[in-house]
Design a binder for this molecule. Structure first.
Ligand code: F6P
Length: 753
C-alpha cells in the first residue's frame, strides 16, 4: 500500500496541476473555435437570405420578410433575425428577437461590405450579433442582423472541463498502477537477489554467482559492512589483550558509545548496617558481587539491588540512591525495598527453596509453592519498574544477574524494546528432565528468552538450557551458533566463565606471605609450623563443607603422620539461615567438625578449626596467603570464585588447590588437584598429595593457574559480553535499515536483538 501511494500521490498531483492549468486554456480555445463556427454560420445564413431580404425590403407590409425571418429563426442556435434601417432603427424582426437588444451600431472604421460581429451579454445568456450591410443598386437599405445564442458554448466548455478532468484522473491511475506493478516486480527481484547474496552458502561463504550485475556492488558493500561487525570478536579472540578497567572503559567508549549501563541483582554490593550507634558498611560474601563490583566501578552507571541492610534506608537520598564505593564514589546504587512477605516468597521461597536446589544437583528436594511464585512475579515486576524508572535512554545496556530475576528480561524488553538485555545465570543449569520439575518452567524460559544475550559459566550449562528450551517451548534452536529464536526474537546463549578482578584490590597492602602465615597461625591458636589448608565459603549445602571435613578424617585415618602437623581452617559465613536446610547444613558441619576433632585432637591441636562468621575480602586474602593448600569441594557449583581468589592471592607462586570436579572452575584450573567430593577417601588422598607436593611442582602449577586467571579476568568476562552486545547492536541497526528499505517489497526478517 505504501509503495502504491508513493507512486500515486505525486502522479495525481502532477496530473491535477496539468488539468488545472490546461482546462481554462482549452476552454478558451474551444470557445474561439465554436465562435468562429457561429460566425461562419451567420455568414451562410446571410448569403442564403440576402437576396430575398433585398427583394422584399421595400415591401410596405413586410409580410414576406416576417415569414422568412420566422422560418429561419427556427434553427436551434439561431436565436433571431432583424432588419435595421441605416439610422439604426429595427424595421423587421423575428418574434424571437430579444427585447433588450437594440440595433447594433456598426463600427465607423468597418468597410461597408464587411460583416460586424459582437458578443453581447443579455439577461437570458450571451449572444453573438452579426450585422451584414444590405444594398440595392448601391442604395443603402440598412443591415441584416443575425443573432446566435452562445450559451451552448459555455455549456460545452464546462462539459469538456469535466471530461478532461475525469480522463486525466483515469489516465493517472492507469499509469500509476502499471508503474507500481513494474516497480514491485523489479524491486522484489532485487531484494531477493540481495538476500540471496547475503545468505551464507553451505560452505560458509557467500556466492556472487547469479547476482544481477546492477545489484552485485550493493551486495558486496553490505557484506563488507556485516563482516566488519565480526572484527571486534575476531580481534578479541585472536589477540591477547590485557583486560583491565581501562580496556573495559575504552571498549565501552569505542564500541558502545553513550550506552547507559544498568545492573540488576538481588544482592547489593554495599550493605549499611546499624551496629550500636554507628553505621558499618559491609561487603557481602557473594561471588556475584565479587565479580560485578569492579566492572561497575570501571564503567559507571546504576546498580539496582535489594536494600537489605538495617541502616540502608537512612543512608539513601530521596530517590533511594547512594553513591558508592563509599571511599571513592564511582557509580549509583539504587536500593529497592522489599517487604517481609516479598522476601519470604521471592527470595527464600521461589529463588532459594525452588530454583536453587533445582539447578544444583545435590539431591535436596526443591519446593515450589504457588504463593512464592506470585511473589516472585511481583518482585520481578517491581525491579523491572525500577529499571524503567532509572533508564535515561530508550536503549540502555541492562545487565540482569542470576536466578532471582528469570522473568525480568522479558518484562524489561516489553517496556524498553530498544534495550540490550544481557542476563547472566550464576548457577548451573540442569538437564531438561530436572528442570521439567518446575511448575512454571515455560514462564521461566520465556522470561529468560527476553534477553539479548544469556550467559552461563560453561558450555554444558548452555547446552542444557538449549535442550530445555527445545523440550518445553516452540522454538528454533541453532546449537552451532548458540541461538534460540522464539516469536521472531533471538537470544544468543553463550558460555562466559566468570572471573575476578586482576590484580585483586584485596591484595593491595597485604603483608608478605611469611608474615601472613605467622599472623593467621597466631590468631587461630595454631603452632607456627602447622601445615594449613583453608576453606572459605557461605554455609551452603552445595559447598560440601561436611564432606571436606570427612576427607580430613580419612586423611588422618590413613596417614596418621599428619596428626598434630596439619589443620584445616574453615571460614564459613552464615547464609540464608532463615531456611531450615541451611541451619541443618551448619549444624551438620559443626557436628562433623566436632566429631573429627574429638576423634583426632591432641592437646591444643585440633585438625579442624571452624569459624562461622563473615570475613571481609582483605581478611580472606590474608588467609589464602597463609595457607599451604586451599580446599574447594563443592558438590555442584556454577563457577566458584574462591578457587580463583586463592590463586590470585598467591603472588609467591606457591600453594596447592584441591578442587571439586563439580565446580565450573575445574574446566579452567586444570592444574589443580581435581577431586570427587563424594569420595572422601580420594579427597583425603588428594590432600595428602598436596601436602607432599614438591615446591617446583607447586610453583609450576600455580604459575599456570595465575596466568590463566590474570588473562581471563573479570574484565575479560564482561568485555566479551559487551563486545558481543556491541556486535549485535550494530548488526541490528544495519538489519533495521535493510528492513526499512526492503519492507515495502517483501516479508520482513525476524528481528535479532
Ligand atoms: O551463585 C549464586 C549467588 O547469587 C552468588 O552469586 C553468590 O555467591 C551467592 O549466590 C550469594 O547468595 P545470597 O545473595 O543469597 O547470599
Amino acid at each position: 500500500m505504501r509503495i502504491a501511494l508513493r507512486f500515486l500521490v505525486p502522479l495525481l498531483l502532477v496530473l491535477g496541476g496539468v488539468a488545472w492549468a490546461a482546462t481554462p486554456l482549452l476552454g478558451k480555445l474551444i470557445e474561439q473555435w465554436l465562435r468562429a463556427d457561429v460566425e461562419m454560420r451567420s455568414q451562410l445564413v446571410f448569403e442564403s437570405v440576402q437576396d430575398t431580404v433585398v427583394r422584399n425590403a421595400k415591401d410596405p407590409g413586410g409580410g414576406r420578410i416576417d415569414g422568412l425571418f420566422q422560418s429561419v429563426a427556427r434553427d436551434e442556435r439561431l436565436l433571431a433575425l432583424g432588419l435595421c434601417s441605416p439610422e439604426g432603427r429595427l424595421i423587421y424582426h423575428s418574434p424571437t428577437w430579444p427585447r433588450a437588444l437594440e440595433c447594433p451600431r456598426r463600427p465607423a472604421d468597418k468597410a461597408a461590405s464587411a460583416p460586424s460581429f459582437k458578443v453581447l451579454p443579455l439577461n437570458d445568456g450571451t449572444v453573438l450579433t452579426a450585422a451584414f450591410a444590405l444594398t440595392d443598386e448601391d442604395a443603402e437599405l440598412g443591415h441584416l442582423v443575425i443573432v446566435h445564442d452562445l450559451s451552448f458554448i459555455e455549456r460545452r466548455s464546462a462539459k469538456l472541463e469535466r471530461y478532461l478532468t475525469v480522463f486525466l484522473a483515469a489516465l493517472g491511475l492507469v499509469i500509476a498502477g502499471i508503474t507500481v506493478v513494474v516497480a514491485r516486480v523489479t524491486l522484489r527481484g532485487w531484494v531477493r537477489a540481495v538476500r540471496k547474496g547475503l545468505a551464507p552458502t553451505e560452505s560458509g561463504g557467500t556466492a556472487d554467482r547469479d547476482l544481477p550485475s546492477d545489484i552485485a556492488p550493493l551486495v558486496r558493500e553490505m557484506r563488507e559492512m556485516l563482516r566488519n561487525l565480526d572484527v571486534p570478536r575476531g580481534i578479541s579472540d585472536a589477540i591477547r589483550v590485557d583486560w583491565s578497567p581501562d580496556t573495559l572503559r575504552a571498549l565501552l567508549k569505542s564500541e558502545l558509545p553513550g550506552a547507559e549501563v544498568i545492573v540488576v541483582s538481588n544482592r547489593e554490593p554495599y550493605i549499611h548496617n546499624q551496629e550500636g550507634d554507628t553505621v558499618r558498611v559491609q561487603r557481602p560474601a557473594s561471588g556475584l558481587v565479587t565479580a560485578l563490583e569492579p566492572i561497575v566501578r570501571a564503567c559507571g552507571g546504576t546498580w539496582i539491588a535489594h536494600g537489605s541492610g538495617s541502616a540502608d534506608a537512612q543512608t539513601v537520598d530521596r530517590k533511594d540512591h547512594i553513591q558508592v564505593p563509599p571511599e571513592a564514589p564511582a557509580y549509583t546504587l539504587r536500593r529497592v525495598w522489599l517487604s517481609e512477605e516479598e522476601q519470604e516468597g521471592y527470595y527464600y521461597g521461589l529463588a532459594n527453596e525452588g530454583l536453587w536446589p533445582l539447578c544444583h544437583i545435590v539431591f535436596v528436594r526443591p519446593n515450589f509453592r504457588a504463593s512464592d511464585w506470585a511473589q516472585y512475579v511481583a518482585v520481578n515486576r517491581k525491579f523491572a519498574d525500577a529499571v524503567v524508572a532509572e533508564a535515561r535512554s530508550p536503549d540502555p545496556l541492562v545487565l540482569v544477574q542470576d536466578y532471582h530475576f528469570a522473568l525480568l528480561p522479558a518484562m524489561v524488553r516489553e517496556r524498553l524494546p530498544g534495550a540490550t538485555v544481557i542476563t547472566f545465570w550464576h548457577i548451573p543449569w540442569p538437564n531438561p528432565e530436572v528442570f521439567g520439575i518446575c511448575p512454571w518452567r515455560e514462564e521461566v524460559l520465556k522470561g529468560l528468552l527476553g534477553s539479548t544475550i544469556l550467559g552461563f559459566h560453561t558450555q554444558l550449562h548452555c547446552l542444557n538450557f538449549l535442550d530445555t528450551v527445545d523440550r518445553f517451548l516452540e522454538c528454533r534452536i541453532d546449537r552451532e551458533h548458540g541461538t534460540a529464536r522464539t516469536c521472531g526474537q533471538e537470544t544468543l546463549v553463550r558460555p562466559f566463565p566468570i572471573s575476578i578482578e586482576w590484580p585483586p584490590s584485596a591484595l593491595a597492602g597485604q603483608p608478605s606471605v611469611p608474615e601472613c602465615r605467622a599472623e593467621v597461625r597466631r590468631d587461630h591458636g595454631l603452632a607456627p609450623d602447622t601445615l594449613l589448608a583453608v576453606g572459605v565459603e557461605r554455609f551452603d549445602y552445595t559447598k560440601g563443607i561436611a564432606d571436606r571435613f570427612r576427607a580430613v578424617e580419612s586423611l588422618l585415618e590413613h596417614h596418621p603422620e599428619w596428626l598434630g602437623r596439619f589443620s584445616l581452617l574453615q571460614i564459613a559465613a552464615p547464609t540464608r539461615s532463615h531456611l531450615a536446610i541451611y541451619r541443618q547444613t551448619q549444624d551438620e558441619a559443626e557436628a562433623v567438625a566436632q566429631a573429627v576433632n574429638d576423634r583426632f585432637g591432641q592437646g591444643d591441636w585440633r585438625p579442624i578449626v571452624l569459624v562461622a562468621r563473615h570475613h571481609e575480602p582483605e581478611q580472606v586474602f590474608t588467609l589464602f596467603r597463609a595457607a599451604d593448600l586451599c580446599l574447594v569441594s563443592s558438590l555442584h557449583d556454577g563457577m566458584n570464585l574462591v578457587a580463583k581468589e586463592f590463586v590470585a592471592a598467591r603472588d609467591d607462586d606457591d600453594g596447592v588447590l584441591v578442587l571439586s570436579s563439580f565446580a565450573g572452575v575445574s574446566r579452567e584450573l586444570v592444574e589443580a588437584l581435581i577431586v570427587n567430593p563424594y569420595d572422601h577417601q580420594a579427597m583425603g588422598e588428594a590432600i595428602h598429595a598436596a601436602l607432599l607436593m614438591s615446591p617446583e611442582q607447586r610453583r609450576e602449577r600455580m604459575h599456570l593457574m595465575r596466568t590463566l586467571v590474570s588473562e581471563n579476568n573479570v574484565y575479560y568476562w564482561a568485555g566479551r559480553m559487551l563486545l558481543e552486545a556491541a556486535r549485535l547492536r550494530k548488526r541490528q541497526r544495519i538489519e533495521e535499515q535493510i528492513d526499512r528499505v526492503t519492507a515495502p517489497f517483501g516479508r520482513r526478517r525476524g528481528g535479532r536483538r
